[in-house]
Design a binder for this molecule. Sequence first.
Ligand SMILES: [Zn+2]
Length: 894
Amino acid sequence: MSESSVTPLLLSNVVVPYSYHYKLTINHLKPNFSGEAIIHWKKNNNYNGQTDSKFSLTLHACKLIITSAFVGDVKLSISYDKSNQHVSFTTEESISDDSPVIIQYMGQIKTINTYQDTTQGLFKTNYLDDISGKANNYILATHFQPHSAKYVFPIIDELQHKPESFQLDIVTATRFKVLTNGKLTNQEYVNENTLHQFKYDLPMSPSVMGFVIGDLEYLSSESLLQPTTRIYTCIGESRYARYALATIEKYLPILQQKFGLEYPLSKLDFVTIPFLNDGAMENWGLVTVIPSTLLVDELTATPAERQQVVELVVHELVHQWVGNWVSFDSWNCLWFNESFATWVTKNLAQIDVDYEDMLDKDCLYIDDKFTIQTIHEHVSTVYTGLNATTSSIFDSNIYQKGIILLNMISEMFKHEGKDFIECFGKFVINQFKGEAIKLFDIWQQLNQCISIDLPSFVYSWTRLSGFPLVRVSYSGDKLHIEQHTYLYNIPELDKVGVEDAPFHIPLLIRVVDDNNQIKILNILLSDRSIELDIPKSQLININSGRGGYYRVLYQQNLSNINLMTSSDLIGTIHDLGKIIGTQHSTGQDLGHFFDILELFVQSSWKFDWKVVKIALVYLTKFQTIFTNYTNAPEFQTWLTKYARDLFQRINWDKVIANSDDELQVYSTILEMNINNKQAVDFATRHFSQFINPSSKSTFIPGELVGSIFNLSMSVATMKQYKQVLALVKNANTSLLNHTNLSQYELQTVAISSLAYPTSSELLRKTLNFINNNIDSKMIELAIVGISNCTDDTRVQIVFDWFKLNYDHWVLRSLRKGSDWSKQIGITVRNLTKLILELMNRNQKFKSFRTEFIESKRVGLPEHGLESVNQELEQEKEEKEMIASFFSDVKQKFL
Ligand SMILES: [Zn+2]
């Protein structure tokens, strides 16, 4: 019998427990604990099988040894069903009264020694504290999600089971702190140990129950308004919990206000425990986490470390309402539970939801399927049975898709003047608190808050694969918007059997009216296409705020680029940059990309570093393609002028004191200005300052050292060239005081600048240097400066040298059994890729390339040239397509 076909105990039992009282005696030095369960039961209204007079109750239990079981005076017989982790208690005698079932049992305490050990059920570990220096401190903790409560309690371990009453008594060493989900009602000495008695505030599922026992200290919130809030840590570490505690104090009231419901339990603890496979577990009122994610030193913590604490703490706080109070009736809803907690956190802490990575991966079609499942496929196939763990149920792509889905829904709420989180509190949490629900219930409830058909919207985004490509065009003054499922790597959907079904797309159309008022119209496109009366002059862009999960291409020029927001520009640039070169793109799209670039040199446009940074990444890619795959002097002339104009927009006197984003832009602009005397002078000046620092305070940011070296090398004297070569051989470590590069990074920068000289003499020196060190790692970097070189004479010198030495290198690389021959093989492969790429620029070079490959194929033993060539040929398709668009955009460069 497969596990899924096992009837839930909540349905198959004639009677079901409604109240549990467990009494555990736990000695941390022993491998077992002993327990007593007092279980009150009642007739099961959900049971619809046959009934007879005999008493029978089946519970979950795993690795528990039941020593006795009674109802009143009647002894129950015990039988185990190990494969289903069931234990049954039965008697032939009829039970007339409603005495509780009383079970005596033993369970295991697992010892955890390494991070590989599975933390489930009850486990213990010892730890060393900084104060005493002794390792005899103990922590015992539980981890029940998804199916491990039954390692500690004989119980019905099912998601829908939330017992009305729950009491837990724990007897253990007096020195330990003892924490559970419940509130402490009594504490007393018992035979040199201490008894702690807890009563739970509210019914909860077994999977979010838990307890922690151990040598712990705590930091307590002094806020009077909140539930008693504490962070427990290992001895000596609570001082690092201040930031986490302040985060709870800040966000708990925000969540209460947003959800419109008070935190429902009387106390809230976070506990750090040294080992926990999932890193964090949101047990209700007793969150357990590993220390590294929660504890920071407030004096030295970086913004990124603080943000990580906020992300963890708020995520776990959200679970206290959604996941714990409102819970789900199946483990295949875990994606929603986790996505919701993370999305709410991002929303409240104002952390952007970035789709770009997912958009790159979610459109590939390999081996007859999309590379990423739909949410629906995941939900219907994920294994949630007895051997599942939280991490085996969790799928990070589906989690990411959940965040994207929630973000889209929230954007639509926002455009109807509604706050999604507030609506969720009012119509979902308030409605279903205490229950275990289906996801469909959520969409049904929220549907009353919004004009669109929310269940259909969710259906569309959870059932359809990938995402759509939306095309925007005009006929007259009619705006026409059309959608198709987007496949990156397959030209025709129908040939691979992919259904081109329409998504429900929030169009989020940003427009400017005749009075220069800007507004966003959210129209849902649920059909193939739509026509709207929005004149071209009024359209700014669609998918504003990146609210929707799709890419957009425009058939006509964008008339209002200057009115686009920073994030809309970034979205549009990515859409163009990622699609140009695929079968979906045309020369017009490349033209739009260059239209956007023109904006950056207009003085009326407020210079936006983030936008420019992203655009220049794509421009650099197109530059290399145009240089090596076209004969395009017009482009080079345009680029020189464009680079000069960009150079003028920036204040180069203040270059040192900038953020990483800005420095990256500075560096790229400098690199683009290799033909600009002003830029080369700037670089040469800074190069001299760096090589011969005049004072201790001389400092050049690491991000800039590369472009400063490259530009100054382009006009280097023999003396300067030798200075750089000396750095390649042996980085002068005293220079490291004047930049934030490591010694290795400085050497890499130096070697990468060696092919920049315009002088043939120096270029030949570099080539000699490579040849003499051909068995050195990364020596091929010395040639990278030639990649964007427009001077065919220099390219010719490099190619002649390559051809002359190639046979010799290959024969050395083929000698068996030595490390250096292996290294030469790697270097030659990389050099070949770099140099053959240069040989597509005109007919003459192309024939050199073909001749070279043919003669080496015949003249040398097999050495991998064929596979390098195949790799280049594969990448070539996209590059040649982009190069072919050049004629369409040539006008722009004149
Ligand atoms: Zn979570």
